[in-house]
Ligand binder design. Structure first.
Ligand SMILES: CC(C)(COP(=O)(O)OP(=O)(O)OC[C@H]1O[C@@H](n2cnc3c(N)ncnc32)[C@H](O)[C@@H]1OP(=O)(O)O)[C@@H](O)C(=O)NCCC(=O)NCCS
Length: 211
């Protein structure tokens, strides 16, 4: 079994531990060492799982193990990826046994695909992408590094989501469109036109959120 740490210790990190446990129930693959967190040293919800927060993310430079990053913020994921890669650490890829991944896909390390997520065919997935419960990714999609697709969101065929894009719960992106770097599509939105970089868009059809 390969040693593994999860970076982050919040709600999503505990969901990622569920993915690890589900994988191990099928085939004992991971020896979970604990969580790393820069902001917390203990948490009752973590200890109730029989786990511990081992220390800050900097520990990645010392621990001989693989890692996944269970933090929503794409900038934090990018920073921790650089730290871990610089220290020679390999990112794990965690696909829940209840997720489906089709044919001819290119998957970079760090993917977390939780239960019910679905990737079809000829999809390119960058480093440290999160695919949450029941989300779907259609044919020929390109997902840049640090993309997050939240529960129940749907990405149609030939869509490109650039680096660090987040798609909110239940949102949809219509086929062939591009969402620019670090943009955020609000929960329930339907994207019907390309979205530029650095925007927050909401509603149907999705429009930039007026501040
Ligand atoms: C779009 C989003 C990022 C905006 O967050 P925010 O900047 O904190 O915005 P606010 O909560 O201050 O809301 C600003 C306005 O937009 C509206 N709004 C916020 N999110 C909206 C959405 N998804 N759809 C429609 N309207 C929305 C609010 O009602 C508010 O309207 P008001 O000014 O008339 O009261 C956020 O609401 C969102 O949808 N996040 C996705 C959450 C998600 O998917 N979580 C999954 C976790 S697993």
């Amino acid at each position: 079994m390969k040693p593994l740490v999860i970076v982050g210790s919040g709600g999503f990190a505990r969901e990622v531990l569920d993915v690890v446990e589900a994988i191990n129930a099928v085939e004992e693959r991971w020896r979970f060492l604990g969580f790393l967190d820069d902001h917390k040293s203990e948490d009752a919800l973590v200890t109730s799982r029989g786990a511990a927060i081992l220390g800050p993310s900097q520990l990645l430079t010392e621990l001989d193990c693989e890692y996944v990053i269970a933090i929503a913020d794409p900038a934090a994921r990018e920073r921790i990826d650089a730290l871990a890669t610089g220290a020679g650490r390999e990112a794990a890829t965690l696909v829940h046994p209840g997720a489906t991944v089709g044919s001819v896909n290119s998957i970079s390390p760090g993917l977390v695909a939780t239960a019910g997520s679905c990737v079809t065919t000829n999809v390119q997935i960058g480093r440290h992408v999160h695919l949450n419960l029941g989300s779907t990714v259609g044919h020929d999609v390109v997902l840049g590094p640090y993309v997050t697709i939240n529960p129940g969101a749907h990405i149609s065929g030939n869509v490109t989501l650039e680096d660090g894009v987040t798609i909110g719960t239940g949102a949809s992106v219509i086929q062939g469109l591009k969402v620019g770097r670090r943009s955020f599509v609000g929960a329930g939105a339907v994207v019907t036109k390309d979205v530029g970089p650095g925007l927050v868009v909401i509603g149907i059809p999705a429009r930039p959120l007026a501040r």
